[in-house]
Design a protein around this ligand. Structure first.
Ligand code: NAD
Ligand code: LMR
Length: 336
């Protein structure tokens, strides 16, 4: 094993633990895939989150360097690095929240489903570790194709007897972040004041923005609806085609917003509502992204979709058709 068996981000000479605790001991968070394009800025931003007391950075490459670097930030969280499969269990033990951006990203011309063959196995192995070492942790799954990797995670947890549907969340927050930005641009609003529910899943037509439910209420022309729906559904492809890999920086931002919401829920804050891809009964499908309320046990309430207009109803049918296939593929991968 590498010499840095869980490398502490400090000299080890400190006399006492004098981190400000603010009435709580803070949460223990692991990032799996921490040395990657998303993983690095995500690790940076989580090190800045005052709700985090311990930050475990796990990857199969480069975690010693990333850990040494991040550990020099003078924020409260203690950072430890873990390298390679043989340190996965140590990385996961005792964690409250596990964020997973591990896996390969798209290149131009690929769909997210083209990543299935590689990422399905990666997610399966990581989730087996979670089931064994921190079965009560909240899991934020970022690795694509999310529409299939979340069902894979659920099946792994079911097999291990640890599945809690409230604790497994596919991260679709970037779709909402993009939707807020693009709607604000079109309407001349401040994006921080815009809230667009985005439901369904996280790929192409399964990404369904509900423009009829935007806050503050907006009245769009049909041309604006077509433009916005298309841009939100293809935001990921827009970045991939721009040529520097798939989204990493906006994704790290979105992942941190989402993880922070999960931690505030765990802490007991009220009214924490975000969209996420979760085990659900809002449609006939076993998984669906919609607004959920986050609390001490993870997902505490899944909200109904609310009134949809005809355009959105048509979009929903298309989304469900593709989602059914992607979910089935994920389930079959573990059951086979
Ligand atoms: P990247 O290649 O830059 O980083 C991935 C990291 O995962 C690498 O450091 C790699 O070493 C690591 N990794 C590979 N196998 C691993 C394993 N078995 N255990 C732990 N770590 C492992 O890729 P990226 O740009 O950071 O994207 C990562 C994933 O996130 C991709 O699947 C991408 O499609 C997805 N993604 C999802 C969203 C979303 O909205 N949910 C947004 C952007 C990207
Ligand atoms: C995104 O939406 O940016 C991610 O899912 C990455 C991708 O492949 O588009």
């Amino acid at each position: 094993p590498p010499s840095f068996s869980h490398m502490e981000g400090s000299s080890g000479l400190g006399r006492a633990d004098c981190r400000a605790k603010g009435g709580s001991t803070g949460f223990k968070v692991a990032i799996l895939g921490a040395a990657g394009g998303i993983g690095q800025p995500l690790s940076l931003l989580m090190k800045m989150n005052p709700l985090v007391s311990v930050l475990h950075l796990y990857d199969v490459v480069n975690t010693p360097g990333v850990t040494a670097d991040i550990s020099h930030m003078d924020t409260g969280a203690v950072v430890r690095g873990f390298l390679g499969q043989q340190q996965l269990e140590e990385a996961l033990t005792g964690m409250d929240l596990v964020i997973i951006p591990a896996g390969v990203p798209r290149k131009p011309g690929m769909t997210r489903d083209d990543l299935f063959n590689i990422n399905a196995g990666i997610v399966k192995t990581l989730c087996e570790g979670i089931a064994k070492c921190c079965p009560n942790a909240i899991v934020n799954l970022i690795s694509n194709p999310v529409n299939s990797t979340v069902p894979i995670a659920a099946e792994v947890f079911k097999k291990a007897g640890t599945f809690d549907p409230n604790r497994l969340l596919g991260v679709t927050m970037l779709d909402a972040v993009r939707a807020n930005t693009f709607v604000a641009e079109v309407m001349g609003l401040d994006p921080r004041e815009v809230d667009v529910p985005v439901i369904g899943g996280h790929a192409g037509v399964t990404i369904l923005p509900l423009l009829s439910q935007v806050k503050p209420p907006c009245s769009f022309t049909q041309k604006e609806i077509d433009y916005l729906t298309n841009r939100i559904q293809n935001g990921g492809t827009e970045v991939v085609e721009a040529g520097a890999g798939s989204a990493t920086l906006s994704m790290a931002y979105a992942a941190v917003q989402f993880a922070d919401a999960c931690l505030r829920g765990l802490r007991g804050d009220a009214d924490i509502v975000r969209c996420a891809f979760v085990a659900s009964h809002v449609t006939e499908l076993p998984f669906f992204a919609s607004k959920v309320r986050l609390g001490r046990c993870g997902v505490e309430e899944i909200y109904p979709l609310g009134p949809l207009n005809e355009y959105e109803r048509v979009g929903l049918e298309k989304a469900k058709k593709e989602l059914e296939t992607s979910i089935g593929k994920g389930v079959a991968f573990v059951k086979k």
